[in-house]
Ligand binder design. Sequence first.
Ligand code: ASP
Length: 465
Amino acid sequence: MIRLRSMERINILKTTEYAGKKVKVCGWVHSRRDHGKLIFIDLRDRSGLLQVVFSGELYEKANKLRSEWVVEIEGVVNERPKGMINDELATGQIEMKAERLEILNKSETPPFEVSEGSEGIKEEIRLKYRYLDLRTERMKNNIVLRHKVVKLIRDYLDEKEFLEIETPVLTKSTPEGARDFLVPSRLHLGEFYALPQAPQQLKQLLMVAGLEKYFQIARCFRDEDLRGDRQPEFTQLDFEMSFPSQEEIMEIIEELMIKIAELAGKKLTFKPFKILTYKECMDKYKTDSPDLRKDKNDPDELAFAWVVDWPLFEWNKEEKRYDPMHHIFTSPKEEDIGLLEKEPLKVRSWQHDLVCNGHEIAGGSIRNHDPKIQKKIFEFVGLSEEEINNKFGHLLRAFEYGAPPHGGIAMGIDRLLMILAGEDSIREVIAFPKTGDGRDLTMEAPSDVSEKQLKELGIKIRKKD
Ligand code: ASP
């Protein structure tokens, strides 16, 4: 059947510009009120809510409508009488008198009323019916804010001549201190890809490639025992540039953060941002991510601070070895390299972390670009020649071909959005997050796969005893 498109649909927010005119709107029934001979509904689309009145011939049909039914309505937009104006609605000065109603789809009775929001609803229910949860005002606003922030990041970095470059998701293990998610290879039985914990080495290779300024809105995967508010996959603004000073990286990110704060209507405690050395920070606040807000009850205050001069290593008591405080690619400060053998814990690095309201939201560094120094650090943490070759041979080889000095940073988009949206969990700013134990309740993953698939991959499942 061909549907005749007699009239273009307009979005609900636009109806305010059409007083006295006939328009067509589409959306979901948000709520319905029966006033005897009149039926009122609030119709919802992504842009907002509109009061629609049905009477006369349309009464019977409108009386059947229920929450979340999908409808198309044509009617005339009227100014509301003075006393009936609703200041809480963006369209509160008008309403629509329906002349035609088409029911495009019905809905089961939803497990919770979208119009009432999902705050008090069990998270399991919200995640199972995420498509309904995302219809609520709060969740929609979070998704819209996320889009706006990511768009601002792209536009800002594009203006500064950064290139957005995609790096592979099927790649090789990238050490960021967590366990890798592995993907078995069917074509190379017994071998595995790893999902990137971060595109760290790939972005460094892009610097060797002469692309100079890179960014990516990058999905990162870390198979950790999920403690607190972590997700096995999360999104970072990944950023790298060639020939930078540390200040330059910090300045670019700081300017970006100021723009994002403006977009979200927040105010800054420090402008320029406070800069603390790691030592100052630990001495004074006993934590490396202090909450420096003046008024911790003010939902609009953002206290950004940089933490610099981190130690390159920390002592791992259990394993009795030195571990990189961040990752193995961070460059030591040139003047401290001499301390490497005798007093390794005194070696400071070119690490720069950005904290906001008590959360670490970005971390990065100037990297090693001299293969000799990088190799020395691999050896220092106890990697054998063979391990170095297997794990990092590709990187060291690349560094032999004119690697420029380079550095960068990665910022947690989910965490930043959580703070901007005033939410307590990053799950509230991710469209389809996983539960605390790593399940996707909407898609029901992880799930069993067929015998055939396993066979093709050469995998046998050993049942837990
Ligand atoms: N790759 C690092 C991370 O994910 C950040 C960086 O050093 O750029 O934490």
